[in-house]
Design a protein around this ligand. Structure first.
Ligand code: SF4
Ligand code: SF4
Length: 140
């Protein structure tokens, strides 16, 4: 059986310079499609990617990565609005391309309509309060 899964890798500064992608391709015969990378020396690295390949290879690779000290999450195509953190500054409503985030008038409070969200993640970077998050679950 073939697996195709979007994942988020988080790894500590000590592992940032390790050639994980190379090992996934070479040792586990997986195809790797990097969707987003946020990696700086001496900081926690964050890598969003899609892995595809044979199921046993995929499972072995996940086990190996965890043994190396990476935290790995399945990426679900869903954005969460943490309303309790939101200061209603409105920054996200300006940048959201679909109107999923908008302003209620006349109170000028922000509202989130998940059905309009295309998971572009622009709001994650725009939000100073970190009130927008991608839904993650531990990879198995
Ligand atoms: S992920 Fe994109 S579409 Fe969804 S709420 Fe954020 S900015 Fe809007
Ligand atoms: S950018 Fe963040 S804090 Fe500001 S309104 Fe949007 S979710 Fe709330």
């Amino acid at each position: 059986m073939t697996v195709k899964q979007k994942l988020v890798f988080r790894f500590p500064p000590t592992l940032v310079e390790q050639p994980f992608i190379y090992r996934l391709v070479k040792d586990f015969n997986l195809m790797v499609n990097i969707l987003r990378a946020d990696i700086s020396p001496e900081k926690e690295g964050r890598l969003m990617l899609e892995l595809s390949g044979a199921d046993p290879d995929y499972r072995s690779a996940i086990e190996w990565l965890k043994e190396q000290g990476l935290r790995i999450f399945n990426l679900k195509q869903q954005i969460i609005w943490k309303e309790d953190r939101c200061t209603h500054c409105g920054a996200c409503s300006v940048i959201c391309p679909t109107g999923a985030l908008g302003l209620n008038r006349p109170g000028m409070t922000v509202c989130f309509d998940e059905s309009k969200c295309i998971v572009c993640e622009l709001c994650l970077k725009a939000c100073p309060a970190r009130a927008m998050e991608t839904l993650l679950e531990n990879a198995k």
